[in-house]
Ligand binder design. Structure first.
Ligand code: RTP
Length: 151
């Protein structure tokens, strides 16, 4: 069901370094998406080369890999209606100078090579990326009913 669609969102090393993790999480929570997985990881070169396999051969590929390896990344899975498409809208255009104000990139950054966040670009990519970054047992299936029993 589309309501349970999942997307992979990551705060890149520059976003972590600049203390933007909380703000990015807040936007997804405020919008109504549900956080179902979260971890901080410094990814290996091999891991990133698989993640960005579609970009192998692009002139910026080596600098992209070293940028993404330059510090911890906060990897997340967000769930909800049209999460993949809306996640991309919330992130803004790849080049922050073309991102609308109100989007994450449009509000917090100016360079394509330091664009602070990643979001899956299709449901197929999301499924591939979630499986690449998370083990099944790291993804939490829960409803707000279960949470409400404790508050
Ligand atoms: P992402 O995968 O990180 O969410 O970005 P995207 O889909 O919006 O853009 P994509 O074309 O997949 O590029 C991945 C990341 O590579 C860096 N990039 N640098 N120097 C350049 O021309 C250039 N183009 C892309 C960006 O960090 C981009 O997010």
């Amino acid at each position: 069901m589309a309501n349970n669609e999942r997307t992979f969102i990551a705060v890149k090393p520059d976003g972590v370094q600049r203390g933007l993790v909380g703000k990015i999480i807040q936007r997804f929570e405020d919008r109504g998406y549900k956080l179902v997985a979260l971890k901080q990881v410094t990814p290996s070169k091999d891991h990133l080369e698989v993640h960005y396999q579609d970009l192998k051969g692009k002139p910026f590929f080596p600098s992209l890999i070293s940028y993404m390896q330059s510090g911890p990344v906060v990897a997340m899975v967000w769930q909800g209606l049209d999460a993949v498409k809306q996640g991309r809208v919330m992130l803004g255009a790849t080049n922050p100078l073309q991102s609308a104000p109100g989007t994450i990139r449009g509000d917090f950054c100016v360079q394509t090579g330091r664009n602070i966040c990643h979001g899956s670009d299709s449901v197929d990519s999301a499924n591939r990326e979630i499986a690449h970054w998370f083990k099944t047992e790291e993804i939490n299936d829960y409803t707000s009913d279960q949470i409400n029993k404790w508050v």
